[in-house]
Design a binder for this molecule. Structure first.
Ligand SMILES: Nc1ncnc2c1ncn2[C@@H]1O[C@H](COP(=O)(O)OP(=O)(O)OP(=O)(O)O)[C@@H](O)[C@H]1O
Ligand SMILES: [Mg+2]
Length: 428
């Protein structure tokens, strides 16, 4: 990441995080330098600080670890289930002063409450929120929301929480959260584009703004190096398959080994993974030996019974990985959850990466990108995330015109951000 002088507003937030033990939420529009400030914090803090994020890609962007792997939490709703901690984890959690979470908009209330409980347990400070750890959250709730779970999980949230959002976690009944909003956008410089993005963010796109965005975006796609950002996995898969077909040579296929029931949810990797030498791929898991992490991009160099992938000039042998699926059942009557392993999935932890979902593009910056909203954009903030990745209006390519229904703003976000009333720049 490029190093910048902090702006005055970024410096003021840094000073508060350093100089107090208060829990802080750093928010602001896309490109206001939240992640940059976080990076500065990680290099310049005098505190014992750990950095985490809800997804592998988001963690990769800030040199952190996923919340699930940091706290060794199971996937799915955790509720009041026992949290297992070994000695190493307890030691780690006892040494930290500050826990940073980037892209917190994707963290759900149950997960944040589990983090709270895990810290209290490890530090044996049951009465103190987060076990006395300072929590510093970064993110923009107008960007991607937490991913809704299956029917049982949704029922659990409806029963237990005002909403799935991190700001509705129970821990906030016991401690305060100080909110700072960064205001200067650094990713884009054109006033016109910034105003357009702001309108998309708040759901105030006029017919005039829409017409201008569509006029600019409606043109043939540029050359091969522009990445496609798509709403749907199947669109991403189609593009990747087409790029793969363009490469010379024969595709080799790896079939996943699946035991048990993965239910209605997508598999953690392709059931049938097709690769060729030369294919652009992304890793889907962290490497125990830390040669790559979830989100690392590389190129396939050789395929035998294993796959050799070049990352930053070095070629690594990649072996299949095993994913375990847990299933929670929740009864609203007894308010109890039980958890069992219901399935296992074994596959190379790789997928093709000429196109990515908008979901996985969060936090990134691209000079140009092809935005494919498919039939419709279906998640709050999705269109805003996609468009706000691009540095200039001239880098925007649309596969079809934007429609009013593409712009969805979550009512819980409006409620929270209105009540939070962050004071621009300096302090809430
Ligand atoms: N103080 C600064 N001076 C100049 N450029 C900056 C500054 N802070 C951030 N930038 C640049 O602006 C761009 C966006 O920054 P960053 O990714 O930190 O924003 P963000 O708020 O995390 O965005 P998002 O919400 O999309 O994740 C980056 O290219 C970054 O290098
Ligand atoms: Mg960011």
């Amino acid at each position: 990441m490029t190093v910048h002088e902090l702006s005055a507003e970024q410096a003021a937030v840094f000073a508060t995080i350093e100089g107090t033990r208060e829990n802080v939420f750093v928010t602001g529009r896309a490109g206001t330098g939240k992640s940059t400030l976080l990076n500065h914090l990680s290099w310049n803090t005098s505190k014992q600080l750990v950095i985490s994020a809800p997804t592998g890609v988001a963690a990769l962007n800030v040199g952190g670890q996923t919340i699930h792997s940091l706290f060794r939490l199971p996937i799915g709703v955790i509720a009041d289930h026992d949290i297992e901690q070994n000695g190493d984890l307890r030691k780690l959690l006892n040494t930290i002063d500050t826990l940073v979470i980037d892209e917190v908009s994707m963290v759900n209330a149950d997960l944040l409450d589990a983090v709270d409980r895990s810290l209290r347990q490890a530090r044996q400070r049951k009465e103190e929120a987060f076990g006395g750890v300072q929590v510093v959250l970064f993110g923009d709730p107008y960007q991607l929301a937490p991913v809704p779970g299956d029917a049982d999980e949704r029922a659990y949230f409806e029963d237990q929480y005002r909403s799935m959002w991190f700001f509705d976690a129970k821990v906030w009944d016991e401690t305060d959260l100080r909110i700072f909003e960064l205001n200067t956008i650094h990713r884009q410089h054109e006033e016109e584009f910034k105003a357009m993005l702001n309108a998309v963010r708040h759901g105030t796109v006029t017919a005039e703004i829409a017409a201008r965005l569509n006029e600019v975006g409606a043109r043939p796609a540029p050359g091969a190096d522009a990445i496609t950002l798509a709403t749907r996995n199947d669109t991403v898969n189609r593009i990747n398959a087409a790029e793969l077909a363009r490469l010379p040579g024969r595709a080799l296929t790896a079939k996943a080994d699946i035991t048990g029931d993965f239910g209605g949810r997508a598999f953690p990797a392709d059931e049938t993974l097709e690769l060729k030498v030369g294919a652009r791929v992304m890793f889907l898991r962290n490497d125990p030996d830390q040669r790559w992490v979830n989100g690392t991009v590389g190129t396939v160099r050789k395929i035998t019974s294993t796959v050799y992938v070049e990352v930053d000039g070095e070629t690594h042998e990649v072996e299949p990985a095993v994913w375990e699926k847990y299933k929670y059942s929740y009864s609203a009557a007894t308010k109890q959850l039980t958890r069992d392993i219901v399935a296992e999935f074994t596959q190379f932890p790789l997928r093709l990466a000429w196109a990515v979902t908008i979901h996985k593009s969060q936090g990134k910056t691209y000079d140009r990108a092809i935005v494919d909203l498919g039939q419709r954009s279906f998640a709050p903030g999705q269109t805003y995330v996609a468009l706000s990745r691009i540095t200039e209006l001239d880098g925007l390519y649309l596969t079809r015109p934007l429609r009013p229904s593409d712009i969805i703003v979550d009512e819980n976000v409006r409620r929270f951000m209105a009540n939070a009333a962050p004071i621009p720049g300096i302090e809430a």
